[in-house]
Design a protein around this ligand. Structure first.
Ligand code: FES
Length: 509
């Protein structure tokens, strides 16, 4: 936690700081299991919970620690209001599929609610109306069109010129009866329940590949194997794409959250604006006191300004609109958006029915992660799921939107070339502590970070995924790749994939 009013020096998510999670060992041998889950976030844990409850032998591994990825850094809104999306989905997929998307989100909310009731989970769950608001004329008409989509799809809501939150708005679109919670308090209980049902968990165990004999075999970085009947990739970016070209069909975006106390009382509701920069607002409870969570400032990973500036922009917004009496936490998250904005959930390719992928949640992971866990579990349990076709990853093989495809790849090519041509004359000796620079060492583009004790850490900035050049993220003290969102610590260790190997270290002597 931080000193009042100032931006905390180091990022830390409120969710993680307010729950203590059990530790699990590292995998030190090859094993056999029925279902192997890779990734200990909401998708992997919910799937492990559902499958272990049905008697399946499940093993879950995580490259780091449970709930320390996107789920540990979310805003934790449980909603089917995923921005202005329904009119677009009606145009792109038709009314039935747009309606299914809403229903899937509401089913996920119901599942979370039922699970909380079943296990008496105390996780600050609260039903709230969700609002998209705007002060831009362009978006006023878009909200009107979106309201018509709500009417067409029978989504309960209304267009209004005022909200419980006291900030000026031209127009706001309400979706009734959505919800929020403390995601880690909820998921900790699912972990406990699944472990009681026989779930085995291994942390600090990185999956690097899947090999196929009769069944899938997950290969770990340490060379061990998890032989299984089914493999679920719930690892955010799929570490194995089976030729499905996922890196070319999704782009990563970072966003930022600040948690502050204000002199004002939170009036209820969950809010997000329509225009850029994004401003998303909800409350949470910390030791009986109210925290305001203010999120936004999305940008493509590894691109844009110095990342601490994004936190400063949120701080300024909070200060101007509500006043800050204490700045308590700051943290950031990253998520992936697919070409058509629908997640990819299902078999990784048409030919690999027992290797699953769940990704591309577009920052709406609480509902989409829950949907993915149910859908994939149903498939493994040979049960029907009404949403299989909607989210099928194989749909992109037929997606005609090649302009978007080309644009994304042009962007990647641009970063590959620009990064390699860039030259800096920065002298490492002049580097201030807790700062980083990019320089050349023996002709090789090299990133150098100097820590608080003036210790230098130098890494080759060539990303181990497909060779783009990573850039410094000053807010999180990480090296981030602008192409597909891989992130590395200042020592070069992988924090987020698709990269599987650490950056090469560079000797400065
Ligand atoms: Fe793909 Fe870096 S993440 S090249």
């Amino acid at each position: 936690m931080a000193e009042s009013g100032n931006i905390p020096q180091f990022p830390q998510a409120f969710w993680r700081d307010s729950v203590s999670l059990p530790d699990f060992p590292k995998l030190n041998e090859s094993i056999k299991t029925e279902v192997a889950v890779v990734g200990g976030g909401i998708t992997g844990i919910t799937a492990a919970y559902l499958l272990s409850k049905q008697g399946k032998k499940v093993t879950l591994i995580d490259a780091g620690y449970l709930l320390n990825g996107v789920t540990g850094h979310t805003t934790a809104k449980i909603t089917a209001q995923h921005g202005i999306i329904y009119d677009e989905f009606i145009q792109h997929f038709g009314q039935d599929k747009a309606s299914q998307y809403y229903q899937a989100g509401m089913d996920a909310k119901q599942f979370i609610e039922d699970t909380i009731e079943t296990h008496h989970i105390d996780c600050d769950y609260r039903e709230e109306d969700a609002y998209i608001f705007t002060n831009s004329n362009d978006y006023v008409s878009q909200l009107e069109t979106e309201m018509k989509a709500y009417e067409q799809l029978d989504i309960p809501g209304e267009l209004t010129s005022g909200m419980p939150l006291d900030i000026p708005v031209e127009s706001a679109l309400k979706m009734d009866k959505q919800a929020q919670f403390h995601p880690l308090k909820y998921l900790k209980v699912l972990v406990d329940e699944a472990v009681k049902n026989g779930l085995e968990i291994y942390e600090q165990t990185t999956a690097t590949d899947i090999e196929h004999n009769k069944h899938p075999s997950i290969v770990t970085r340490d060379g061990h194997r998890i032989n299984c009947n089914y493999a679920i990739q719930a690892s955010h970016f799929p570490f194995y794409d089976g030729g499905g070209f996922y890196p070319a069909r999704m782009y990563p975006e970072r966003s930022y959250i600040v948690a502050v106390k204000t002199p004002e009382q939170f009036p209820g509701g969950m809010y997000i604006n329509a225009e850029s920069p994004t401003r998303s607002i909800r409350s949470a409870t910390m030791d009986g006191e109210e925290l305001w969570l203010i999120a936004g400032e999305n940008h493509k990973t590894g691109q844009g300004k110095s990342t601490i500036k994004y936190y400063e922009a949120l701080q300024e917004f909070a200060e101007n609109k509500f006043g800050i009496s204490e700045f308590v936490y700051r943290w950031s998250a990253q998520d992936l958006t697919t070409m058509d904005k629908l997640p990819y959930i299902g078999p990784v390719t048409k030919d690999e029915e027992n290797v699953f992928v769940a990704t591309g949640y577009r920052k709406w992971g609480m509902t989409n992660g829950t949907i993915a866990a149910q859908l994939i579990s149903n498939r493994i349990l040979c049960k029907d799921n009404p949403y299989s076709e909607l989210y099928a990853p194989s749909r992109f093989q037929a997606d005609p939107d090649f302009r978007q495809f080309t644009k994304m790849n042009t962007d990647v090519a641009k970063h590959m070339i620009r990064g390699k041509l860039e030259y800096t004359n920065d002298n490492v000796k002049d580097l201030k502590s807790d700062n980083a620079t990019v320089t050349r060492v023996n002709g090789q583009r090299t990133g150098v970070y100097k820590d608080k004790n003036n210790e230098l850490y130098a890494v080759d900035t060539t990303c181990k995924h497909l060779g783009c050049e990573v850039n410094w993220n000053s807010g999180d003290r990480t090296w981030d790749c602008p192409c597909h969102g891989s992130r590395y610590s200042y020592t070069g260790e992988v924090i987020e994939g698709p990269a599987k190997e650490p950056l090469n270290k560079v000797d400065l002597d």
